[in-house]
Design a binder for this molecule. Structure first.
Ligand SMILES: C[S@@+](CC[C@H](N)C(=O)[O-])C[C@H]1O[C@@H](n2cnc3c(N)ncnc32)[C@H](O)[C@@H]1O
Length: 221
């Protein structure tokens, strides 16, 4: 075998060994579910750049819950809990439940809510939006931010959202434009909501000039 071939085989073996490490596999999995190599990295970057965005969503949710004294809120894919922290602060009568597929994200959210003093009004559940362990018609509001384009089965996710919503409740789902999400993960993102909720109101939540970065979908059962 020539020296060049030996070098190529050695390099490929080194890359394969590196990829086989548990930490590298964990980071790759996390990139698929949250666009970040881990919960800590996501928490840091989202905390730096998205503070105003979470504040606006929390206000939007509070407005949607006007007149509901002790609202029951479900957040899907809360990540490290930036939005949950603001929601529980803004709505002192609310109970918040968060379901996330990544236990590391739930751990970060739990620590954040404990620091904020609102852990007793929160329930954290590890699970997939496509198969949620909640009874039918149990929430006044379902909210989700930047998570839908990570769901492998978006149609099943939206069907589950509809199932757990109370008849007079509604869901606010914020996500990337479906085409962007599709490029990143192959998911249908918000486009899949039509099959379950029919026509729904879609408005721009964040953008730069003519470019929409985050859409807001208002979904009613
Ligand atoms: C990009 S992060 C967004 C976190 C947070 N909502 C925010 O706006 O900063 C996506 C989150 O969705 C979660 N997620 C991805 N797929 C999921 C699924 N099928 N079911 C539940 N959660 C999921 C990820 O673990 C992650 O916490």
């Amino acid at each position: 075998m020539g020296i060049r071939r030996v070098a190529i085989v050695a390099s490929l073996t080194a890359v394969a060994a590196w990829l086989a490490q548990p930490s590298v596999r964990r980071a790759a999995k996390s990139m698929r579910t949250s666009s970040a190599p881990g919960a800590g990295a996501y928490e840091l970057v989202a905390g730096w750049f998205l503070g105003g965005y979470y504040r606006d969503i929390a206000r939007d949710c509070a407005a949607a819950l006007t007149g509901v004294a002790e609202p029951s809120i479900l957040e899907i894919g809360p990540g490290p809990g930036h939005l949950a922290e603001r929601l529980l602060d803004l709505l002192p009568g609310a109970h918040w439940m968060g379901i996330d597929i990544d236990p590391a994200m739930l751990g970060a959210a739990e620590r954040r809510l404990a620091r904020a003093g609102t852990r007793d009004r929160a329930t954290l559940v590890e699970g997939d939006v496509a198969q949620m362990p909640f009874p039918d018609a149990s929430f006044d509001l379902v909210v989700s931010s930047l998570s839908a384009h990570h769901w492998p089965d978006t149609t099943a996710g939206f069907a589950e959202i509809r199932r757990v919503l109370r008849p007079d409740g509604h869901a606010l789902v914020y996500d990337l434009p479906p085409r962007w999400g599709h490029i990143e993960t192959g998911s249908a993102g918000l486009d899949a909501a039509n099959a379950i909720f029919g026509d729904f109101e879609r408005t721009r939540a964040r953008g730069v000039g003519p470019l929409t970065i985050v859409w807001r979908a208002d979904l009613r059962p």
